[in-house]
Design a protein around this ligand. Sequence first.
Ligand code: VG1
Ligand code: CO
Length: 543
Amino acid sequence: MTILTQSCTPFDGQKPGTSGLRKKTRVFMQPGYLECFVQSIFNGIDGVEGKALVIGGDGRFFNAEAIQTILRMAAANGAALAIVGQGGLLSTPAASHLIRLRGADGGLILSASHNPGGVDEDFGLKYNIANGGPAPETITDAIFAQTQTIHSYRTLDTGDIDLDRIGVTPLGDMVVEVVDPVTDYAALMEDLFDFNALRALFASGFTMTFDAMHAVTGPYARMILEDSLGAPAGTVMNGVPLVDFGKGHPDPNPIWAKPLVDLVMSDDGPDFAAASDGDGDRNMILGRGVYVTPSDSLAVLAANAHLAPGYARGIAGVARSMPTSGACDRVAEAYGVECFETPTGWKFFGNLLDAGRVTLCGEESAGTGSDHVREKDGLWAVLLWLNILAVRKLSVKDILQDHWQTYGRNYYSRHDYEAVDSAAAHALMAELTAKLGDLAGQSFGACAVTSADSFTYHDPVDGSVSHNQGLRINFDGGGRAVLRLSGTGTEGATLRVYLERYEAPGGDLNIETQAALHDIAVATAQISGLTERTGRSSPDVMT
Ligand code: VG1
Ligand code: CO
């Protein structure tokens, strides 16, 4: 087996976005494309010589082939150990856990998350650091710099190795250890939650449906919910991971998981329902007749986490991404703990978690997690909800009503305008940025602007500063609109418009969400000129 040094020329646009590099699968499949990016990762982290890496992905099309390429390159670059999930599968939170558990130096996670999979769909790759979390901007910037000057990569002159068989295989001077992707993760969940109480819950006739959306959480959910907790077979739907996710969008929101939502809204639906995304880090929570917005879910979890054994000591603090609603802020205030507002993307939570400043984190995009790993974690959120339901013995609907009556309700919705002409989307943002300073004091329909700015984050732990993290417009009475461009799309631009309005505990807590936000939506459209700019009269997706 010989080490080969292959020459290559840099590819344009290998800039990691909100969560790694995401491109059309065919782009990744071009000769040398994946290799250049992987070598740039290795170069950007000062090499992998003697290091241990965790490698796995969400099982989408090209996952298996890409892992073989990465393994050969890791071996040729002198890595000592590669820990790989059987069949090349690892959910993002399970990969994060394995990095921490095994004391690995980092990991490569192959996923385009909630984006569809297939030869004509999307693929992605990201690097996680030794704390188990996504590489921070300093590292992704270094990786990007490497992609622009790369001229060669190293690989091994050897064939594929069998990733279906658990065990240890040498690859050049590196050891490849194939592990069961679920076992360690399931053990961590059992540490955090009262599995006996959950078994009793299911034994009492409590019903649940979990939609794995043909993506990576299928095997995890089956083992934990059905095998370990005794939920009836069939509790997990779409539980077999498919390379094209059954041609769906593995995105757990009311649009893409509509069959599940319809089921839970029907009279004979289950007591509880949930779904996760392609790589298993997102969650959608539903109860009979009710959809819990991710922002509300974070707030409810923060208020009730102490009911689960892993959080019985209480929470140190909470963090949410800036566009996430302020619902959790009110819980933090009531509990007298710190609350942080970070830019979009899990990488910004890492420092706060490492420093012990926060226990729970969340994003409006169906991401919730805690200090148990350094990624958001879909099944973890589901199990924490189950633990809370088991202790409180209330329905999801009643828990939500009780929460709003205590803390008030942050009506919230995100409107996405997808595959918008990129130039038009950037022009909209530039124009709005230019007029932010003049907005305060002006009224648009029923809404008066009190302040507006472009969000800059000052990391309280390492002092780093991140600019241009979204445009905020605050309205009289506590309403808010946020506009930003997605950093995970692969086609044109996706404009995200986040709308929020607060209603105090004594107020009207049961208005239909879009109706509650109507005035703010109209004002935001007027301020930003989004209808003219995007040529769209309504959003593609509303969550
Ligand atoms: C989106 C979400 C963001 C999330 C990111 C990665 O990013 O808005 O909250 O962290 O996806 O999630 P963007 O830049 O498209 O808005 V995942 O599950 O795709 O890893
Ligand atoms: Co994801």
